[in-house]
Ligand binder design. Sequence first.
Ligand SMILES: Cc1cc2nc3c(=O)[nH]c(=O)nc-3n(C[C@H](O)[C@H](O)[C@H](O)COP(=O)(O)O)c2cc1C
Length: 279
Amino acid sequence: MALATVMMAAVACGPKQEIPKEEPQKEKTPKTLVIYYSQTSNTQAVAQEMATKLGADLEEIVPVELYDGDFEATIARGKKELDEGNYPEIQTLKANVADYDVVFIGYPIWFGTYAPPIFTFLEQVDLSGKKVVPFCTFGSGGLESSVKDLAKAEPKAEILPGYGVRAARLEAMAKEVDQFLKANGYIKGEYTQLEAFSEHHPVSEEEAAIFDAAVGDYPMIHAKATTVASRNLPDGKEYEFVAADMSRGDNPNMPPAGELKVYVSVIGDEAPVFTKVIR
Ligand SMILES: Cc1cc2nc3c(=O)[nH]c(=O)nc-3n(C[C@H](O)[C@H](O)[C@H](O)COP(=O)(O)O)c2cc1C
Protein backbone atom coordinates (compact mmCIF):
# COMPACT_ATOMS: atom_id res chain seq x y z
CA MET A 1 0.00 0.00 0.00
CA ALA A 2 2.82 2.35 0.99
CA LEU A 3 4.70 1.42 -2.20
CA ALA A 4 1.63 2.11 -4.30
CA THR A 5 1.20 5.53 -2.65
CA VAL A 6 4.86 6.40 -3.36
CA MET A 7 4.55 5.31 -6.99
CA MET A 8 1.39 7.34 -7.54
CA ALA A 9 3.09 10.37 -6.00
CA ALA A 10 6.07 9.81 -8.29
CA VAL A 11 3.79 9.72 -11.29
CA ALA A 12 1.92 12.79 -10.13
CA CYS A 13 5.08 14.76 -9.44
CA GLY A 14 7.16 13.54 -12.38
CA PRO A 15 8.20 15.74 -15.29
CA LYS A 16 5.25 17.06 -17.24
CA GLN A 17 4.43 14.78 -20.08
CA GLU A 18 4.29 16.50 -23.44
CA ILE A 19 0.81 15.86 -24.83
CA PRO A 20 1.29 15.48 -28.55
CA LYS A 21 -0.56 18.21 -30.41
CA GLU A 22 -3.24 16.87 -32.67
CA GLU A 23 -1.98 16.92 -36.22
CA PRO A 24 -4.32 18.94 -38.43
CA GLN A 25 -6.14 16.40 -40.60
CA LYS A 26 -4.58 16.52 -44.05
CA GLU A 27 -7.17 16.20 -46.80
CA LYS A 28 -6.49 12.91 -48.53
CA THR A 29 -6.22 13.39 -52.26
CA PRO A 30 -8.64 10.89 -53.82
CA LYS A 31 -7.00 8.34 -56.07
CA THR A 32 -8.51 8.80 -59.50
CA LEU A 33 -8.59 6.51 -62.51
CA VAL A 34 -9.77 7.45 -65.98
CA ILE A 35 -10.71 4.27 -67.83
CA TYR A 36 -12.30 4.19 -71.25
CA TYR A 37 -13.20 2.22 -74.34
CA SER A 38 -12.92 3.88 -77.74
CA GLN A 39 -13.24 2.35 -81.17
CA THR A 40 -12.49 5.33 -83.39
CA SER A 41 -10.55 7.49 -80.88
CA ASN A 42 -13.15 10.21 -80.11
CA THR A 43 -13.64 8.98 -76.56
CA GLN A 44 -9.91 8.45 -76.27
CA ALA A 45 -9.36 12.16 -76.92
CA VAL A 46 -11.76 13.07 -74.11
CA ALA A 47 -10.18 10.49 -71.77
CA GLN A 48 -6.70 11.87 -72.42
CA GLU A 49 -7.88 15.42 -71.79
CA MET A 50 -9.59 14.39 -68.54
CA ALA A 51 -6.59 12.38 -67.27
CA THR A 52 -4.12 15.16 -68.09
CA LYS A 53 -6.19 17.83 -66.37
CA LEU A 54 -6.85 15.59 -63.35
CA GLY A 55 -3.32 14.19 -63.13
CA ALA A 56 -5.06 10.79 -62.96
CA ASP A 57 -4.05 7.32 -64.09
CA LEU A 58 -5.34 6.44 -67.54
CA GLU A 59 -6.27 3.02 -68.91
CA GLU A 60 -7.86 1.84 -72.13
CA ILE A 61 -10.27 -1.09 -72.21
CA VAL A 62 -9.27 -3.22 -75.19
CA PRO A 63 -11.48 -6.02 -76.54
CA VAL A 64 -9.56 -9.24 -77.21
CA GLU A 65 -11.17 -9.39 -80.64
CA LEU A 66 -11.16 -5.83 -81.97
CA TYR A 67 -14.20 -4.46 -83.78
CA ASP A 68 -13.00 -4.02 -87.32
CA GLY A 69 -13.13 -0.56 -88.83
CA ASP A 70 -16.14 -1.21 -91.04
CA PHE A 71 -19.15 0.69 -89.69
CA GLU A 72 -21.79 -1.77 -90.92
CA ALA A 73 -19.88 -4.74 -89.48
CA THR A 74 -19.53 -2.96 -86.14
CA ILE A 75 -23.25 -2.18 -86.10
CA ALA A 76 -24.10 -5.81 -86.83
CA ARG A 77 -21.71 -7.26 -84.24
CA GLY A 78 -22.55 -4.67 -81.55
CA LYS A 79 -26.29 -5.13 -82.02
CA LYS A 80 -25.98 -8.91 -81.77
CA GLU A 81 -23.88 -8.66 -78.60
CA LEU A 82 -26.36 -6.30 -76.97
CA ASP A 83 -29.44 -8.30 -78.03
CA GLU A 84 -27.91 -11.54 -76.74
CA GLY A 85 -26.27 -10.02 -73.66
CA ASN A 86 -23.11 -11.72 -74.87
CA TYR A 87 -20.39 -9.13 -74.32
CA PRO A 88 -16.87 -9.30 -75.75
CA GLU A 89 -13.92 -10.54 -73.78
CA ILE A 90 -11.53 -7.73 -72.83
CA GLN A 91 -7.80 -7.76 -72.19
CA THR A 92 -6.69 -8.03 -68.58
CA LEU A 93 -6.75 -4.62 -66.93
CA LYS A 94 -3.45 -3.21 -65.67
CA ALA A 95 -5.09 -1.08 -62.99
CA ASN A 96 -6.60 -2.59 -59.89
CA VAL A 97 -9.86 -0.66 -59.88
CA ALA A 98 -10.35 -1.53 -56.18
CA ASP A 99 -7.42 0.80 -55.35
CA TYR A 100 -9.24 3.92 -56.62
CA ASP A 101 -11.70 6.26 -54.89
CA VAL A 102 -12.94 7.97 -58.05
CA VAL A 103 -13.38 6.23 -61.39
CA PHE A 104 -14.09 8.21 -64.56
CA ILE A 105 -15.59 5.82 -67.14
CA GLY A 106 -15.58 6.85 -70.79
CA TYR A 107 -17.33 5.24 -73.73
CA PRO A 108 -18.93 5.82 -77.11
CA ILE A 109 -22.71 5.56 -77.18
CA TRP A 110 -23.83 2.52 -79.11
CA PHE A 111 -27.56 2.00 -79.54
CA GLY A 112 -28.39 4.51 -76.84
CA THR A 113 -26.11 3.06 -74.17
CA TYR A 114 -22.43 2.36 -73.50
CA ALA A 115 -20.59 0.17 -76.01
CA PRO A 116 -20.45 -3.59 -75.21
CA PRO A 117 -16.84 -3.66 -73.84
CA ILE A 118 -18.10 -1.45 -70.99
CA PHE A 119 -20.72 -4.09 -70.13
CA THR A 120 -17.83 -6.59 -69.82
CA PHE A 121 -15.82 -4.16 -67.69
CA LEU A 122 -18.78 -3.55 -65.36
CA GLU A 123 -19.27 -7.31 -64.97
CA GLN A 124 -15.63 -7.67 -63.91
CA VAL A 125 -15.31 -4.87 -61.36
CA ASP A 126 -17.15 -3.86 -58.23
CA LEU A 127 -17.63 -0.11 -58.04
CA SER A 128 -19.63 -0.20 -54.78
CA GLY A 129 -18.84 2.79 -52.58
CA LYS A 130 -16.81 4.50 -55.30
CA LYS A 131 -17.50 7.81 -56.94
CA VAL A 132 -18.14 7.17 -60.62
CA VAL A 133 -18.05 9.91 -63.25
CA PRO A 134 -19.37 8.86 -66.67
CA PHE A 135 -18.30 10.57 -69.88
CA CYS A 136 -19.07 9.75 -73.47
CA THR A 137 -19.02 10.75 -77.11
CA PHE A 138 -21.95 10.25 -79.45
CA GLY A 139 -23.46 11.06 -82.81
CA SER A 140 -26.51 12.76 -81.33
CA GLY A 141 -26.81 11.89 -77.65
CA GLY A 142 -27.07 9.14 -75.06
CA LEU A 143 -25.34 10.30 -71.88
CA GLU A 144 -28.61 10.35 -69.92
CA SER A 145 -29.83 6.92 -71.09
CA SER A 146 -26.42 5.30 -70.56
CA VAL A 147 -26.19 6.72 -67.04
CA LYS A 148 -29.51 5.03 -66.21
CA ASP A 149 -28.00 1.71 -67.30
CA LEU A 150 -24.82 2.43 -65.33
CA ALA A 151 -26.84 3.09 -62.17
CA LYS A 152 -28.64 -0.24 -62.65
CA ALA A 153 -25.36 -2.10 -63.23
CA GLU A 154 -23.62 -0.50 -60.24
CA PRO A 155 -26.38 0.23 -57.72
CA LYS A 156 -23.95 0.80 -54.85
CA ALA A 157 -21.70 3.23 -56.67
CA GLU A 158 -22.19 6.97 -56.33
CA ILE A 159 -22.84 7.99 -59.92
CA LEU A 160 -21.96 11.67 -60.29
CA PRO A 161 -22.89 14.13 -63.06
CA GLY A 162 -21.35 13.17 -66.38
CA TYR A 163 -20.05 14.82 -69.52
CA GLY A 164 -20.99 14.03 -73.10
CA VAL A 165 -20.03 15.56 -76.43
CA ARG A 166 -21.04 15.00 -80.04
CA ALA A 167 -18.32 13.54 -82.20
CA ALA A 168 -18.98 16.43 -84.60
CA ARG A 169 -18.17 18.98 -81.85
CA LEU A 170 -14.97 17.42 -80.56
CA GLU A 171 -13.09 20.69 -81.10
CA ALA A 172 -15.19 22.25 -78.31
CA MET A 173 -14.31 19.42 -75.91
CA ALA A 174 -11.11 20.69 -74.25
CA LYS A 175 -12.78 23.90 -73.06
CA GLU A 176 -15.94 22.07 -71.97
CA VAL A 177 -13.94 19.41 -70.06
CA ASP A 178 -12.07 22.18 -68.27
CA GLN A 179 -15.35 23.83 -67.24
CA PHE A 180 -16.89 20.47 -66.31
CA LEU A 181 -13.97 19.48 -64.05
CA LYS A 182 -13.93 22.88 -62.35
CA ALA A 183 -17.71 23.17 -61.93
CA ASN A 184 -17.80 19.76 -60.25
CA GLY A 185 -14.82 20.47 -58.01
CA TYR A 186 -12.32 17.96 -59.46
CA ILE A 187 -9.84 20.68 -60.27
CA LYS A 188 -9.48 24.22 -59.00
CA GLY A 189 -10.11 27.30 -61.08
CA GLU A 190 -12.75 29.71 -62.22
CA TYR A 191 -15.70 28.55 -64.23
CA THR A 192 -18.86 30.07 -65.59
CA GLN A 193 -21.99 29.17 -63.66
CA LEU A 194 -24.70 28.91 -66.30
CA GLU A 195 -28.08 30.45 -65.61
CA ALA A 196 -31.25 28.32 -65.54
CA PHE A 197 -33.35 27.94 -68.70
CA SER A 198 -36.38 30.19 -69.03
CA GLU A 199 -39.91 28.72 -69.03
CA HIS A 200 -40.92 26.84 -72.17
CA HIS A 201 -43.12 28.62 -74.67
CA PRO A 202 -44.43 27.63 -78.12
CA VAL A 203 -41.72 28.14 -80.76
CA SER A 204 -41.83 31.30 -82.84
CA GLU A 205 -41.05 31.20 -86.55
CA GLU A 206 -37.57 32.53 -85.83
CA GLU A 207 -36.92 29.85 -83.19
CA ALA A 208 -38.25 27.11 -85.47
CA ALA A 209 -35.75 28.31 -88.09
CA ILE A 210 -32.92 28.05 -85.52
CA PHE A 211 -34.00 24.48 -84.74
CA ASP A 212 -34.19 23.51 -88.40
CA ALA A 213 -30.81 25.09 -89.14
CA ALA A 214 -29.18 23.22 -86.23
CA VAL A 215 -30.68 19.85 -87.03
CA GLY A 216 -30.29 20.26 -90.78
CA ASP A 217 -30.50 16.92 -92.49
CA TYR A 218 -29.00 14.96 -89.59
CA PRO A 219 -30.38 11.52 -90.35
CA MET A 220 -31.29 10.49 -86.80
CA ILE A 221 -33.40 13.57 -86.11
CA HIS A 222 -36.56 13.99 -88.08
CA ALA A 223 -38.60 16.20 -85.82
CA LYS A 224 -40.60 19.39 -85.54
CA ALA A 225 -39.93 21.78 -82.65
CA THR A 226 -42.99 22.51 -80.52
CA THR A 227 -41.80 24.45 -77.46
CA VAL A 228 -38.52 26.07 -76.45
CA ALA A 229 -36.71 27.50 -73.44
CA SER A 230 -33.49 29.48 -73.62
CA ARG A 231 -30.64 30.89 -71.56
CA ASN A 232 -27.72 33.19 -72.15
CA LEU A 233 -24.22 31.77 -72.52
CA PRO A 234 -21.13 33.94 -71.98
CA ASP A 235 -20.64 34.09 -75.74
CA GLY A 236 -24.10 33.32 -77.11
CA LYS A 237 -27.40 31.61 -76.41
CA GLU A 238 -28.53 28.06 -75.71
CA TYR A 239 -31.95 26.65 -76.56
CA GLU A 240 -33.74 23.64 -75.14
CA PHE A 241 -36.24 22.54 -77.76
CA VAL A 242 -38.97 19.98 -77.21
CA ALA A 243 -39.71 18.39 -80.56
CA ALA A 244 -42.10 15.80 -81.86
CA ASP A 245 -40.66 12.98 -83.92
CA MET A 246 -42.15 12.85 -87.38
CA SER A 247 -42.92 9.72 -89.32
CA ARG A 248 -39.73 8.14 -90.65
CA GLY A 249 -41.01 5.24 -92.69
CA ASP A 250 -39.92 1.79 -91.76
CA ASN A 251 -36.16 2.31 -91.51
CA PRO A 252 -35.21 -0.20 -88.79
CA ASN A 253 -32.08 1.76 -87.82
CA MET A 254 -34.10 4.77 -86.76
CA PRO A 255 -34.73 5.17 -83.03
CA PRO A 256 -38.37 4.86 -81.93
CA ALA A 257 -40.58 7.83 -82.62
CA GLY A 258 -41.72 10.00 -79.74
CA GLU A 259 -40.90 13.28 -78.08
CA LEU A 260 -37.31 14.44 -77.85
CA LYS A 261 -35.34 17.28 -76.34
CA VAL A 262 -32.79 18.92 -78.58
CA TYR A 263 -30.19 21.35 -77.19
CA VAL A 264 -28.94 23.99 -79.62
CA SER A 265 -26.18 26.57 -79.17
CA VAL A 266 -25.76 29.76 -81.14
CA ILE A 267 -22.32 31.19 -80.47
CA GLY A 268 -21.63 34.72 -81.69
CA ASP A 269 -22.69 34.98 -85.30
CA GLU A 270 -21.92 31.31 -86.05
CA ALA A 271 -24.58 29.00 -87.45
CA PRO A 272 -26.73 27.16 -84.85
CA VAL A 273 -25.44 23.70 -83.85
CA PHE A 274 -27.18 21.05 -81.84
CA THR A 275 -25.16 19.81 -78.87
CA LYS A 276 -27.24 16.81 -77.77
CA VAL A 277 -30.53 15.04 -78.10
CA ILE A 278 -32.34 13.38 -75.22
CA ARG A 279 -34.89 10.75 -76.22
C1 LIG B 1 -22.24 0.40 -83.48
C2 LIG B 1 -22.46 1.88 -83.26
C3 LIG B 1 -23.64 2.33 -82.68
C4 LIG B 1 -23.82 3.70 -82.44
N1 LIG B 1 -24.98 4.10 -81.85
C5 LIG B 1 -25.15 5.42 -81.55
C6 LIG B 1 -26.34 5.86 -80.89
O1 LIG B 1 -27.22 5.08 -80.53
N2 LIG B 1 -26.47 7.19 -80.65
C7 LIG B 1 -25.52 8.09 -81.01
O2 LIG B 1 -25.72 9.27 -80.77
N3 LIG B 1 -24.38 7.71 -81.63
C8 LIG B 1 -24.16 6.39 -81.90
N4 LIG B 1 -23.00 5.98 -82.51
C9 LIG B 1 -21.95 6.99 -82.83
C10 LIG B 1 -20.80 6.94 -81.81
O3 LIG B 1 -21.28 7.06 -80.49
C11 LIG B 1 -19.79 8.06 -82.06
O4 LIG B 1 -19.29 7.99 -83.35
C12 LIG B 1 -18.66 8.05 -81.03
O5 LIG B 1 -18.03 9.32 -80.99
C13 LIG B 1 -17.60 7.01 -81.34
O6 LIG B 1 -16.63 7.07 -80.31
P1 LIG B 1 -15.19 6.43 -80.43
O7 LIG B 1 -14.46 7.17 -81.52
O8 LIG B 1 -14.57 6.65 -79.08
O9 LIG B 1 -15.33 4.97 -80.74
C14 LIG B 1 -22.82 4.63 -82.79
C15 LIG B 1 -21.64 4.15 -83.41
C16 LIG B 1 -21.46 2.81 -83.64
C17 LIG B 1 -20.19 2.33 -84.29
